[in-house]
Design a protein around this ligand. Sequence first.
Ligand SMILES: [Zn+2]
Length: 217
Amino acid sequence: MLSTLQHNVCDKVREEGGDGDHTIWATSLCSDEVTNSFHYFTQQMAGPGPFILGGITGLPFAGVTGMKAFLSHVPTGGKAMIVYGPHIGVTQEGELGKVRRKNRDGHSTCCGSITAAVDSIRVHASGVQDDPLDYQQSRVIEHLNAHREDILAADRPVKVATDRAFEAIEQKLERILDKALPDFPGIQVFLVGGIEINTDWDQEDYFDLRTYRWIES
Ligand SMILES: [Zn+2]
């Protein structure tokens, strides 16, 4: 459950000599408001909230420039943390890819970006044209289209697409950090990666933790 994860992460940061006043955090999570269930960290870390590296699906669209900006904000002698990954809803009936939102009848897609990308690659075998008004989704489709056969052959295509999206987010973040981190010697970054599992709006969400490690330039 998220509250357990959040307590454990804060303990881990303290183990490494970090403290909330000298640690800032960033996210590479989907733009969907349901991913704000990590807000607990805002009370535990420096800064008024997270630096937002992600866009739809959670891909780190802020890129190298955004990462360097984030790292340049680390308090003197302090540390950084990045929470990242895609998200997927699950209904009370166990249906994946949908969630019940507050004061909204029925279910809506979750993650809407991944679900739309799966629908798109089902129809367009060669991907889609870049649309400057929808360029983030073009990138999401590009990443998932590379795994088109696996995704479309699966019993639950959205689940497989979410796994592939996690890999894409993590690989991109690692490449961005490889470029950005050498400019900030001595700064340790705690990576917390996984898949956020969203439940009904009045229930606590979950996090399928996949990466939990410190890196340093
Ligand atoms: Zn989403």
